[in-house]
Design a protein around this ligand. Structure first.
Ligand code: DOR
Length: 429
């Protein structure tokens, strides 16, 4: 089966090229990149006017399997990924049971081979049951295929436990992904602590909770000499700490979400639980610092933190609703609308943040377009206007703070291993 993509704007951060090219795909791999290519019997895809990018890699997805399938499962989650233009997702271990041993890692990988339509990578837990007490089977999980280790959803309260975990992961050169919020400062808060929380009379989660946690985690990573990745950075202070650490040569990388780059705590004023997330939506000065951090390379990746919940769980009073919302199907549109169409980031930079860099952080052979490489590609129209309608989502998570918003830019096709798995918004299984 051959597929020929004609006249697309091929943007490839791996070599910095941005040119109109044809791409020939055969047997799941990129067979040729050039001009006026032809191939007998190939299916032709007219990509004129569209961007052809290396397949997007989401390094922070909550897939909810095993055990929490009312929120999401491998089928619905990978469908949502394909719909959003992602060809690879890495899933977090805060499931039921927690993915904290090699059997569960191997089981998920196997499940994804049968039921997934995009590539699935597994992140193993740092502590048993994510309880922050005893180390999980880190080495075994990595040998079984885990690409990173994280207690995401929880901060690793014990500095000693994180230090030991870093000593292990450092031997395998795999990153620990830190959910950096000091628990003692945030445990009874529901939104960013500031003027808006004071006005609403809502308990806050102060920015300093993240700053403190990031500072400690960077210090431990620096001391051990092992890589650490800071998940969903949301504060000005954290950006500055990461910037300084990078300048000192610490092995630290960082990601930011589309929502933290584009929304502020003002969005919480309507008490819509679709705005409730950890870390919380911050004030404008933090959003500006995050954008600055993305622009100067302090922040390496954009990750969705796709965290779907069942409708009934979110449909309740703000303080009782679980945190998190669906993100895979809005990520590209939000990023293009907030950062590309406002002239703040180029398409090359956005593709680097959404494909090339996350693949490098996780050590994946992905995020590049090269002859002989897997034909994992995202084709998008940067100018397509559309309105977010969660009823049309493939994810089971129907809450999004972008509901009804007009976005500019959308994936129009997703190709995984040479197969078109999404075209014009429709997932093809
Ligand atoms: O809002 C969040 N929801 N933040 C997290 O870190 C975890 C996530 C979840 O699993 O629902």
């Amino acid at each position: 089966m051959k597929l020929l993509l004609k006249n697309g704007r091929v943007i490839n951060p791996a070599d910095g090229t941005d040119t109109i090219k044809d791409i020939l795909i055969a047997e799941g791999k990129i067979a040729a990149i050039g001009e006026e290519l032809s191939a007998d019997g190939a299916e032709c895809f007219n990509a004129a006017g569209l961007v052809v990018a290396p397949g997007f890699v989401d390094m922070h997805t909550h897939l909810r399997e095993p055990g929490l399938e009312a929120k999401e499962d491998v089928v619905s989650g990978t469908n949502a990924a394909a719909a959003g233009g992602f060809t690879t997702i890495a899933c977090m271990p805060n499931t039921k049971p927690v993915v904290d041993n090699a059997i569960l890692v191997a089981g998920l990988i196997q499940r994804a081979q049968v039921e997934g339509i995009v590539n699935l990578k597994v992140i193993g837990a740092l502590s048993k049951g994510q309880e922050g007490k005893e180390l999980a089977e880190i080495g075994d999980m990595i040998l079984a295929g885990a690409v990173a280790i994280s207690d995401d959803g929880h901060y690793v309260d014990s500095a000693r436990l994180l230090k030991t975990a870093l000593e292990y992961t450092g031997m395998f050169d795999k990153p620990i992904i830190s959910h950096a919020e000091d628990e003692s400062l945030v445990s009874d808060g529901y939104m960013h602590e500031g003027a808006v929380s004071a006005m609403l009379g809502m308990k806050g989660r102060p920015a300093v909770a993240e700053d403190i946690a990031v500072a400690r985690d960077i210090m431990l990573a620096e001391y051990v000499g092992a890589p650490i990745h800071i998940a969903h950075v949301s504060t000005k202070g954290a950006v500055e700490l990461i910037r300084q650490a990078k300048n000192r040569g610490v092995k630290v990388t960082a990601e930011v979400t589309p929502h933290h780059l584009s929304l502020t705590d003002e969005a919480v004023k309507g008490f819509d639980t679709a705005t409730k997330v950890n870390p919380p939506l911050r004030s404008q000065e933090h959003v500006a610092a995050l954008i600055e951090g993305v622009k100067d390379g302090t922040i390496d990746a954009i990750a969705t933190d796709h965290a779907p919940h069942a409708y009934e769980e979110k449909d309740m009073e703000y303080r009782y609703a679980p945190s998190g919302f669906a993100g895979l199907e809005t990520a590209l549109g939000v990023v293009l609308t907030a950062l590309y169409h406002t002239g703040q980031l180029s398409l090359m930079e956005i593709i680097r943040l959404m494909a090339y860099n996350p693949a490098r952080i996780l050590g994946l052979d992905a995020g590049v377009i090269r002859v002989g490489g897997a034909a994992d590609l995202t084709i998008f129209d940067p100018d397509l206007d559309w309105i977010v309608d969660s009823k049309k989502f493939y994810t089971k998570g129907k809450h999004t703070p972008f509901e009804g918003k007009k976005l500019k830019g959308k994936a129009v096709a997703t190709i995984v291993g040479g197969k078109i798995v999404m075209k014009n918004g429709r997932v093809i299984r």
